[in-house]
Write a protein that binds this ligand. Structure first.
Ligand SMILES: [Zn+2]
Ligand SMILES: [Zn+2]
Length: 375
């Protein structure tokens, strides 16, 4: 096996990624070294790239590390003590796997409270510190990714293609958790703000979980067309219905005048939150997933009281969502165009071009999900 491998080192917002060779780490007995096959550019990565937010800041670093989190790979080196995945299935070198990109400690009151996705040290213990510090390969924008001892990892069924599983460990698991935490009940109405990677996955998941009516809002025609194929019953083109109050009126009209049980921000902009909150029916829930960066919005506080509405913020997902994502893709994935989610592919060395192409803020884009392919 080679002694080094390629990685794209994040050098800070506005500075190109630096493609360089990093030493391959020694694999601890309880660790796994993954050979990445696909790594996607998620909305969170765009927040980092723009300089709006990086989880690495919690460790005092803002550049000089390997980033990226959504993707999948193959086991290159299995630590000698690792025999199975987190589900008890036998693991062998060469197996295709997906993994969580956060690392709950399972030894704190938050983890004990069954919220491992919010464990206060899920990044600070294991996240990227610097490309010069072992195990170097701490993000998916590289040829390898190091799974520390105890990391959640799940074997991928042979029937699922690399393209289909690449969004499983972020977008798909995130919305499985999100729709569930939104309290969706059979026959309920759901509004999805945004039809990017998260939004399209959410349409399929909401339908599979029994939503009666899924309404999806975006401003990009290609995404809205795809949204219908992912299960959206009604799409609202925000460039056609330009005013927020008119979009709110349209949602009310579609929902018997009361609004939707679950409304989700899958855009990642605080601008959509006041509008989305007014689309929530009394007793319903607004699920905030997109805005990972510090940002503000202004709403009438009585919205929550008089309508008994809830707003739920979610970071990541409970790890059970990831094997369920795989099971769902295997069972029902072919009913939806999951294979078309990765609309643009680039080799790792072209990561800078990939980010330029994936950026949607301030311009129109035809990208649904851009991916780096390593094979
Ligand atoms: Zn993500
Ligand atoms: Zn914990």
């Amino acid at each position: 096996m080679a002694k080094t491998a390629l990685a794209a080192v994040f050098m800070g917002a506005g500075t190109p990624f630096d493609i360089r060779e990093l030493p391959l780490p020694e694999v601890e007995d309880d660790a796994i070294l993954i050979r990445m096959t696909t790594a996607n550019i998620c909305g969170s990565d765009l927040h980092t790239w723009r300089g709006e937010y990086t989880s690495a800041a919690a460790r005092g670093v803002t550049s000089g590390f390997v980033t990226g989190h959504e993707g999948a790979g193959r086991i290159a080196v299995l630590g000698r003590n690792v025999k199975t995945d987190s589900f008890g299935q036998t693991l062998r070198e060469g197996d295709r796997v997906v993994f969580t990109y956060f690392f709950p400690c399972r030894r704190c009151s938050v983890c004990l409270d069954d919220m491992p996705n919010a464990c206060p040290t899920r990044f600070t213990r294991f996240g990227p510190r610097g490309a010069h510090i072992a195990p170097y390969f701490t993000g998916t924008y590289a040829e390898y990714y190091y799974l520390r001892p105890g990391h959640y990892v799940f074997k991928v069924p042979d029937s699922l293609s690399d393209d289909v599983i690449a969004p499983a460990n972020c977008a798909l698991s995130q919305v499985i958790w999100g729709v569930q935490q939104g309290g969706l009940r059979f026959g309920d109405t759901v509004v999805l703000q945004g039809a990017g990677g998260l939004g399209l996955n959410a349409a399929a998941v909401a339908k599979e979980m029994g939503a009666g009516l899924v309404i999806q809002i975006d401003r990009i025609p290609g995404r809205l067309a795809l949204a219908k194929r992912f299960g959206a019953d009604v799409v609202i083109d925000a460039t056609e219905i330009e005013k927020p109050e008119d979009r709110i009126a349209r949602v009310r009209e579609l929902t018997g005048g009361v609004g939707a049980r679950v409304v989700m921000d899958l855009v990642g902009s605080p601008r959509v939150i006041p509008e989305g909150l007014q689309m929530v029916r009394p007793g319903g829930t607004y699920v905030e997933i997109g805005c990972i960066h510090p940002s503000r919005f202004e709403v009438d506080a009585s919205t929550f009281i008089w309508g008994s509405r809830k707003m739920v913020g979610l970071s990541h997902y409970h790890p059970w969502a990831l094997p369920r994502a795989l099971e769902f893709l295997e069972r029902s994935g072919d009913r939806y165009p999951f294979g078309e989610l990765l609309s643009h592919k680039f080799p790792l060395r072209e990561i800078n071009q990939a980010f330029e192409t994936a950026e949607w803020m301030g311009k129109s884009t035809s990208v649904t999900r851009a991916a780096l392919t390593m094979t």
